[in-house]
Design a protein around this ligand. Sequence first.
Ligand SMILES: O=C(O)CCC(=O)C(=O)O
Ligand SMILES: [Fe+2]
Length: 347
Amino acid sequence: MPTYHEPFIGGAEEVTLELTEQETAQFRKAAAELADGLPRTGPLSPALLDDPDLLMDVELAARWLPPRLARVLSRFRRAGNPYGTLIVRNAPIDDDLPPTPADGAVTDWSRLPLATLAQLAAVSWLGDVIAYADEKSGHLVQDIVPVRGAERRQENSGSVMLELHTEDGFHPFKPDFITLLCLRADHERRAVTTSGAITRALPRLSAGCVSVLRRPLFRIRHSSSFGRAGGDAVSPPLPVLSGPDSEPELIADFHAMEPAGDTAARAFGELHGAMSAVLVGAVLEAGDLMIVDNRAAVHGRTGFQPRYDGGDRWLRRCFAVADLRPSRGVRAAGSQVCPPLPPGGRP
Ligand SMILES: O=C(O)CCC(=O)C(=O)O
Ligand SMILES: [Fe+2]
């Protein structure tokens, strides 16, 4: 009788940078100085972040990040690493965190200025921040929390195992980098954020499989929030692999991707097996910042048990693209937010 085996998930020590106390203090100082420049009266709306002057200030302040961190981020942007993943430990976050929001969004982040600006500062070393009106209200920094009733959804509001995926693989301006800053771990430390890099999976794939994965035989169903008006939108047929033989780029989603025909389905199954064999991951703790190169690796998460008691797992997510220009035709002037996808999915 076939039995289900949890995939082996390797440790992420090789890609982890643990900041020293001094480095955390230096990072905190840069974020705190930015926070001091924010309006001080009334609630701070997340929409405030979509402001070219503020993002410019963030970029300038990021020059004062600890040099060891800045170097690692800059190198990752330029050259990546074999895991397509970085974990920075001991990033600064706010001391007096509010309860984890039950409904999946914080509309006032006046108690989260440090975490917010620290994350944006780190992101500015990777590229330009980007967001999508279809997703989490277009917030540049988004709250990722378990939502009651959504437990079984293959989305970040769920708490069952989240299948490996490219983030927004169907989107013409998908992110190049995903950053996840943990404010609170799950109660039982069961939620392992995983990633699988194509360069590490590649040696396990047959030549036949690779050639099928390079053909446009794979469509992705849009996440429920995107391009909804026309019903269940799907992407045009895409190749899973593209680019150089030894270091290809990857778009894959083991929940939402539909291979066309048996040959494509077999190749996709082979890729899933290979990815599952090379996974690395970590239970993210408060102050852990995980960064995934969305072109080089897929990511996912093991299941966990939410309690909905205000102390649940809470990550904050922020995306970057290496080049903001390709999306200039769809974004409003001065905004980093892509408008809703039309029903067909293409702007
Ligand atoms: O919850 C996690 O660790 C990852 C969630 C995820 O895939 C995402 O927010 O994009
Ligand atoms: Fe994701």
